[in-house]
Design a protein around this ligand. Sequence first.
Ligand SMILES: [Zn+2]
Length: 51
Amino acid sequence: MTYQLTCPCGQTFVESSEDELVEHVEAHLSSVHGRAYPRAAILTMATVVPD
Ligand SMILES: [Zn+2]
């Protein structure tokens, strides 16, 4: 499985696990946007691509 998420600012994340995606997106949102979203919200925005 591949987990993808494109931030509204254009930054795209492509990760191999939910945990990595959430970790990297949380870090991006915090450092770039000064925002925090719950894990569930991040996963709702993510696209899961089957292998
Ligand atoms: Zn962003």
